[in-house]
Design a protein around this ligand. Structure first.
Ligand SMILES: Nc1ncnc2c1ncn2[C@@H]1O[C@H](COP(=O)(O)OP(=O)(O)OP(=O)(O)O)[C@@H](O)[C@H]1O
Length: 525
């Protein structure tokens, strides 16, 4: 029987015993034991840098463990590379997709499986198989679509298809919902449920405890390289998990007082932003942000919020309209660039830290001054003062608890959440008058979310203006004082935080006018 070992008992899909891994001085995995039962969804949680991705990368053959053993279906295995993992029926969907954007879905899926020249008959067979898998798991992707033109959620489903096509029985997903809209995340969890019903095993790394509670059967908790607890999900709670993760109680909801909005800091008037191809992404946006308030922009991603934030940060040209900062014209293209904006007191945390905020080949101290190189504090004559920069970086890292606190480590070698904290530290610790911030807590753990949310509220309370873009409705509702909803490039309405709930915002995000959304809500109640 499949999965039955020598004793005849059903074996776990995966059993890791004593897995150990060091990267220089960092002990990323300390003698880890993990047992994942067949046909279950198993969650792995832990603080940023706890060692979750490292452990899964060892299972997928991306890294070699320094010690310990891996058993798949009860058999001792040596996994030297991803080909070994795939041959054992293990598939992985990474945080950053590994797809060729110019290829079709079908081409991506068969790439590397069918060998060199693929015969027509082979392609037809592959297409049939793909369609079967796509139907069986309700993946909803067109085999002939060009991958680069698909939404993030659909690209992720292509990664899942790719793994299933290669015969995956065990699927590892590393923070799969970090870049998804709530609707796409729901779709993903329906797929995971179907996979489980078909007897497949899913390992899910996530920072979102509601996903753990809703979707998993079991959960394992890591802390600082160690496996600290295993629980049946039905027998635990978000509070217990968060305490196990960070070793203290965590406030899962931020407490904040009334806002005291003062003078207008940012005034956006009739702003239009087009892509290089001439597609209008932001349509006649007009709004203000005052000192002492947090204005949130809610919307399904891809509805113009990213382009709006990038334009306001001076890194994307505008086609029409005007932007005033403290009454002065700072419209991109009117002679004020991103560097000048920073100089005047506008900080910008872009949504996509990999594309915009961090050069991963840089060291932490280079990343920590990116965009601020001309600050006199970092200069010594015509050279950069690397001593001062290292000191400043260490200070930022300890304030924002970036681990390990090593200014010389390559940015790419920090865990995802720690990279995010470093970018936030760089932008927020300059005490800007206006903070433009996109997806501030993407990929960060719950302890760090609590910290970042408190810092953002503290900035507001100190009289700063904050414009927050987030696809996490929870985040928008708990931080923002006023919420603007964007749909298809337009700001279709504004809701006071006190009147906001997920249903009204969700309807508006889908394009329903504010008053209709509110009356639909009335009927619903
Ligand atoms: N290639 C590498 N070289 C050096 N150190 C590394 C490397 N990869 C990971 N690390 C370190 O190992 C530790 C564990 O990192 P890992 O990415 O496994 O954490 P994680 O739990 O997945 O965190 P996150 O939730 O932030 O993604 C971190 O301290 C990280 O800086």
């Amino acid at each position: 029987m499949h999965g039955a070992g020598e004793t005849g008992a059903v074996q776990p899909a995966i059993e890791l015993r004593g897995i150990d891994k060091r990267f220089g001085a960092v002990h990323a995995n300390k003698s880890i034991d993990l047992r994942v039962e067949k046909g279950t969804i198993h969650g792995i949680v832990g603080e940023n840098g706890a060692g979750k991705s490292t452990l899964m990368s060892i299972l997928y053959g991306f890294y070699q463990a320094d010690g310990g053993t891996i058993h798949v279906d009860g058999k001792l295995c040596v996994i030297k590379g991803s080909e070994d993992a795939i041959a054992l029926g293990i598939g992985m969907v990474h945080q950053h997709f590994m797809l060729v954007e110019t290829f079709t879905v079908l081409e991506n899926v068969i790439l590397g499986v069918e060998g060199g020249a693929v015969l027509r008959a082979g392609v037809d067979r592959a297409r049939e198989e793909l369609k079967r898998l796509e139907r069986e798991y309700a993946l909803d992707v067109n085999p002939d679509a060009i991958v680069g033109e698909l939404s993030v959620g659909a690209q992720q489903r292509v990664e899942i298809l790719k793994a299933l096509y290669r015969g995956a029985e065990i699927l590892i997903l590393d923070e799969p919902t970090g870049v998804l809209t709530p609707q796409e995340a729901d779709h993903l969890f329906r797929i995971l449920e179907t996979l489980k019903e078909q007897g497949k095993t899913v390992v899910l790394i996530t920072h979102k405890l509601r996903e753990i509670m809703a979707a998993t059967d079991n959960v394992s908790v890591m802390r600082q390289g160690e496996m600290v607890a295993h629980r049946k999900t039905a027998e635990t709670s978000p509070e217990e998990i968060s305490e196990l993760m960070v070793g203290r109680k965590v406030l899962l909801h931020i407490e904040k007082g009334e806002a005291a909005p003062a003078a207008i800091v940012l005034e956006v008037d009739n702003l239009c932003v087009d892509t290089l191809q001439g597609v209008r992404k932001v349509k006649n946006a007009s709004f203000t942000v005052r000192a002492g308030e947090i204005v949130g922009i809610a919307g399904v991603s891809g509805n113009g919020q990213s382009e709006l934030l990038e334009a306001l940060g001076g890194i994307r040209p505008v086609t029409e309209g005007q932007v005033l900062f403290n009454g002065q014209d700072v419209t991109p293209g009117h002679g004020v660039d991103a560097a000048e904006l920073r100089h005047r007191g506008v900080a910008h945390v872009p949504e996509d830290r990999h594309r915009m905020a961090m050069v991963t080949g840089f060291s932490a101290k280079e990343a920590a001054i990116l965009g601020y190189e001309d600050d006199p504090a970092y200069q010594k004559g015509i050279f950069l003062n690397w001593h001062a920069i290292a000191d400043a970086t260490e200070h930022m890292m300890s304030e924002f608890d970036v681990r390990p606190n090593d200014p010389n480590l390559k940015a790419a070698n920090f865990s995802g959440g720690n990279q995010q904290k470093l970018v936030l530290a760089r932008e927020m610790m300059r005490d800007p008058e206006l903070l433009l911030v996109g997806q501030p807590t993407r990929g960060v753990d719950i302890g760090a979310i609590e910290f970042i949310h408190k810092r953002i509220v503290a900035m507001r309370d100190a009289g700063k203006a904050v414009l927050l873009v987030s696809v996490e409705l929870d985040e928008i509702m708990s931080l923002a004082d006023r919420i603007l909803v964007m749909c298809n490039g337009s700001i279709i309405g504004e809701v006071a935080a006190a009147d906001a709930n997920e249903r009204v915002l969700g309807l508006m995000m889908a394009g329903v006018a504010p008053n209709e959304a509110k009356s639909a809500e009335g009927h619903h109640v």
